[in-house]
Design a protein around this ligand. Structure first.
Ligand code: AMP
Ligand code: MG
Length: 310
């Protein structure tokens, strides 16, 4: 069924927020040039103001409205991976609102690989769009997740379940080096296949993190998250397994090493655990799939570790 976007476009033009699907997770969109609309994004999410926002574009022609210039490697990555789940951090133009960048001299940009998202942004103009969840909760991968967090009447463009399921890779090209600030589906190997060796991974434990969002706890269900060897099954827990040692049932789901599928479903499983009152989500070790699927492995471990931290 065709979705009529016009009421949602009108809302954005009125300075309101609208949730919309992308290939990664649902975003909470607001006009990137309207300060009061952007403030509503922070208020709606309860997002700390020092955590900057990603600007979502419909096409590459808009990059220089936000970025001061496009380094050669950034251009190569845009050509190779846009539209797609890659956010590129560049030196910003002076006119980009401080509300977006949390006062940094850089801005994060992305073109989503989702037809509905790009049609929407083509009509609204560039949108800031953090994940459409209450701050700290798992990102939404279905329209119903957004409504769980923000209420049944919240304006959401329903595009079904998202394809990637984890947030975009964030890569900083604002200085000489190329540094992954947040791992995602596009990892070191994919980036290096386009720009050559030398892609670095940020040390998120550093005292002044480049990606301020990294310092906050994230992606957390109410249930505990356990990661490791699974030795027995407790009916009070939800199990995400790799080994097929226990057959699928209500609280046991086997992924058999398909880390793409686990990425796609992880946040939905976290939210299901809360809905059904499971005490813990127990994720069986993924180490043996690291060599085959390094990018998904790094992205998943990053989210699982944050979900486990207090
Ligand atoms: P979210 O949209 O909620 O998935 O979070 C956006 C992520 O992008 C956060 O981790 C931010 O810290 C990061 N980010 C956004 N803008 C910048 C920037 N200018 N420099 C570094 N990281 C950024
Ligand atoms: Mg988020």
């Amino acid at each position: 069924m065709e979705i009529d976007l016009s009421p949602y476009i009108q809302r954005i033009k009125n300075g309101d927020v609208v949730a919309f699907p992308t290939e990664t997770v649902y975003g909470l969109g607001a006009n990137a040039w309207n300060p009061s609309a952007i403030k509503k994004v922070f208020e709606t999410k309860g997002r700390p103001p020092d955590n900057p926002l990603i600007v979502h574009l419909a096409n590459k022609d808009r990059v220089l409205d936000f970025a001061d210039h496009i380094p050669e490697k950034a251009q190569k990555l845009m050509n190779a991976f846009w539209p797609g789940p890659l956010t590129i951090v560049l030196k910003k133009k002076p006119e980009v609102l401080d509300l977006i960048t949390a006062g940094l001299d850089t801005v994060a940009l992305r073109i989503p690989d989702h037809d509905l998202a790009r049609s929407f942004i083509t009509k609204t103009g560039p949108l800031v769009a953090p994940s459409a969840n209450r701050s700290g909760r798992p990102s939404p991968t279905k329209a119903e997740h957004v409504k769980t967090d923000f209420g049944i009447d919240f304006p959401v463009i329903d595009g079904g379940a998202t394809q990637v399921g984890l947030e975009s890779t964030v890569v900083d090209l604002s200085e000489g080096q190329v540094v992954i600030l947040r791992p995602g589906k596009i990892g070191v190997a994919e980036l290096e296949s386009v720009i050559g060796k030398g892609v670095l991974i940020s040390d998120s434990g550093a005292s002044t993190p480049k990606s301020p969002g990294q310092k906050y706890s994230h992606y957390k269900p109410k249930a505990n998250v356990f990661y490791g060897e699974i030795e027995s099954i407790d009916p009070n827990n939800l199990y995400l397994l790799q080994s097929n040692a226990y057959p699928d049932q209500k609280n046991i789901i086997n992924y058999n090493g398909d880390l793409g599928k686990l990425s796609r479903e992880l946040y939905d499983r976290f939210r299901q655990a809360d809905l059904h009152g499971f005490e813990s989500v127990c994720i069986e070790e993924l180490e043996e799939f690291k060599a085959e699927q390094p990018s998904y492995f790094a992205a998943l471990m990053n989210r699982i570790e944050k979900a486990r931290s207090a």
